[in-house]
Design a protein around this ligand. Structure first.
Ligand code: AGP
Length: 604
């Protein structure tokens, strides 16, 4: 995830900026840069790769005011040109977030004669600040940002004076108050070595650091009174934003990550999905005869939901294949097939090998991945990035729900191109998609119920997760999560299949998690619940809030908000993730680094 830092004080800025950036390294990044004000003007250095790379290229820069950045590529490859800071005349900027109306601003600025050198959306921020700068950096930043739609934590520096100005909307920004020196950062971790007195900025607030002064403004340039807080966390706790594990932090980030996956991709007006990165024309989408999804582990489970969506919404026959099996299966493929590899890391050897293989058949390829510039993204024609931000816990959580969202978006896009979805239906679905972040937050706010149930069953040796239809992939994912981090044996099963064998394993010692949200198979699911109840299993149901019936048949119910029937998998995912997390925590397992597992599996 991108990180920003800024410093104004009496000490040399460069070592402080580099050290602060290094404290953000754990978040992941692929390039870094700094801008420092020297007596010869702005000194800007940036490079792809590690901060140590940058450090080795720096001359002795003298200056006590500067900004710095670690970039995790989203728009534009991870290159030196795309690294921040970006400069326009006498102004430099570093930015976290996404500028949604980038194209419109780009066209406008270009017509005024502004030159663009990078592929990033951030460059428009530098030009906007430059366009409005008339000696007052705060005013210029406000004027510029008023034109921007999207999210940002952005810090600006101008060669006219020793001042750093930073602002935020939908992306974290914190100011640090020192002794005769002040700081800004996207993450409090960057500041803890220097100060524990911090001020968190809210959306549409600006902070200005100059000399020993720190001032806060709103977008009307009126001063804002802010509360200073004292941070008690140590650095390790701060990296996890106070959560005991990265996995729990990442589960909690899902209201934001799902929002980020959707951002800039919905046009509710016409009920359209805007995926400019997909270069398949409407005609080509209509001509597709088959989709093959290839993936491993959690990404495979996401792919299974894709099958329901592509077939149900867009009417395209879809197969989902485990990458390691598919490669050696003599697949029948041709140019009417679209292959969709899904991989959080973009570096999974099995998926990359299978992708290389399918290209020899002339298939079209479109990857869904979370990391820009990876091997997988270079192997395919098109990439839809999930924009979930880096994931550090080995167990995939936020990247899984973002993969689901990417699949909804693609399925609606394809369904509309193939005239299988009318505007009313797509509009309703897009409105419901937009409501998901708020609903995820509701589930997170109610996590105590999940904690209680996890503790209740944490001594079980075997667990079953049952689901039907759209919830079947989430049953698999719930079981995978539990196995992976708690080491409890768990099976995910299509509920209707249980009676064909595994029912023999069901007893009072095997808790069953039944994913029973409203929809086509709800009644059938109730029957399956009765089947396991009759054999003595304790049943924990995950059901919608409006379901007044289910509690009659089960031992406990975890509720999720009412949404479009198609979208429940996103909400039930969050519940099974928390259930796995709290179970593993109750058992004292090393949650972020489970035994025998790696975050990125780069061997076949
Ligand atoms: C998920 O919790 C696992 N760590 C694992 O199954 C993972 O999803 C799998 O290795 C695939 O990884 P990828 O998405 O990076 O390709």
């Amino acid at each position: 995830m991108c990180g920003i830092v800024g410093y104004v004080g009496k000490k040399e800025a460069t070592p402080i900026l580099l050290d602060a950036l290094k404290r953000l390294e754990y978040r992941g990044y692929d390039s870094a840069g700094i801008a420092v004000l020297t007596d010869k003007g702005l000194s800007v250095y940036k490079t792809e790769g590690k901060i140590s790379n940058l450090e080795s290229k720096l001359p002795d820069i003298k200056g006590t005011c500067g900004i710095g950045h670690t970039r995790w590529a989203t728009q534009g490859a991870p290159t030196t040109i795309n690294a921040h800071p970006h400069v326009s005349g006498n102004i430099a900027v570093v930015h976290n977030g996404i500028i949604e109306n980038y194209q419109e601003l780009y066209d406008e600025l270009k017509s005024e004669g502004y030159e663009f050198v990078s592929e990033t959306d951030t460059e428009v921020l530098a030009h906007l600040a430059h366009r409005y700068y008339k000696g007052n950096l705060v005013a210029a930043v406000i004027e510029g940002l008023k034109k921007v739609k999207g999210s940002y934590a952005a810090a600006f520096i101008c060669e006219d004076s020793e001042q750093v100005v930073a602002a935020r909307k939908d992306s974290p920004l914190v100011a640090g108050i020192g002794n005769g020196e002040n700081f800004i950062a996207s993450d409090v971790t960057a500041l803890l070595k220097y100060t524990r007195k911090v001020v968190y900025l809210h959306d549409f607030e600006i902070v200005s650091l100059s000399g020993g002064n720190i001032e806060f403004f709103n977008f009307e340039e009126k001063p804002v009174k802010k509360k200073t807080e004292s941070i008690e966390w140590n650095i390790e706790a701060a990296e996890k934003s106070g959560y005991p594990h990265f996995m729990l932090k990442e589960i909690h980030e899902q209201a934001i990550s799902v929002h980020d996956t959707l951002m800039g991709r919905l046009s509710e007006l016409g009920g359209d999905v805007m995926l400019s990165e997909v270069t398949l024309t409407r005609e080509e989408i209509r001509e597709l005869e088959r989709i093959v999804i290839i993936a491993c582990g959690t990404s495979y489970n996401a792919g299974l939901l894709g099958k329901y969506l592509f077939e149900g919404l867009a009417g395209i026959h879809t197969d989902v294949e485990i990458s390691s099996e598919f490669r050696y299966a003599n697949p029948v493929l041709d140019e009417t097939t679209l292959v969709i590899p899904i991989s959080q890391s973009g570096e999974t050897a099995d998926t990359i090998a299978a992708t290389k293989e399918v290209k020899t058949y002339g298939c079209r390829t479109l990857a869904i991945t979370n990391v820009v510039g990876t091997t997988l993204s270079r192997e395919v024609e098109n990439v839809v990035y999930t924009m979930a931000g880096p994931e550090i816990g080995v167990a995939a959580t936020k990247t899984f729900t973002s993969q689901l969202i990417a699949l909804y978006l693609l399925a609606v896009h394809f369904a509309k191109a193939r005239k299988r979805m009318d505007v009313d239906r797509s509009k309703r679905l897009l409105v419901s998609l937009k409501q998901l972040p708020g609903m995820i937050q509701q589930i997170l706010n109610n996590k105590e119920t999940i904690l209680k149930q996890a503790k209740r069953f944490s001594n079980a040796r075997d667990y079953f997760f049952l689901g039907r239809s759209l919830n079947f992939p989430i049953a698999l994912e719930g079981a995978l999560k539990l196995k992976e981090i708690s080491y409890i044996h768990a099976e995910g099963y299509a509920a209707g299949e249980l009676k064909h064998g595994p029912l023999a394993l069901i007893s009072k010692d095997t808790p069953v998690v039944a994913l029973a949200t409203r929809g086509l198979t709800y009644d059938k699911m109730l029957n399956n619940i009765k089947e396991v109840k009759a054999r003595g299993s304790p049943v924990l149901a995950i059901a919608s809030m409006d379901d007044t019936e289910i509690s009659k048949y089960v031992d406990a119910v975890i509720r999720v908000p009412v949404t479009d029937e198609l979208l429940y998998p996103v909400l039930t995912s969050v519940v099974v993730q928390l259930l796995a997390y709290y179970t593993a925590d109750a058992l004292g397992c090393p949650i972020d680094k489970p035994r025998n597992l790696a975050k990125s599996v780069t061997v076949e």
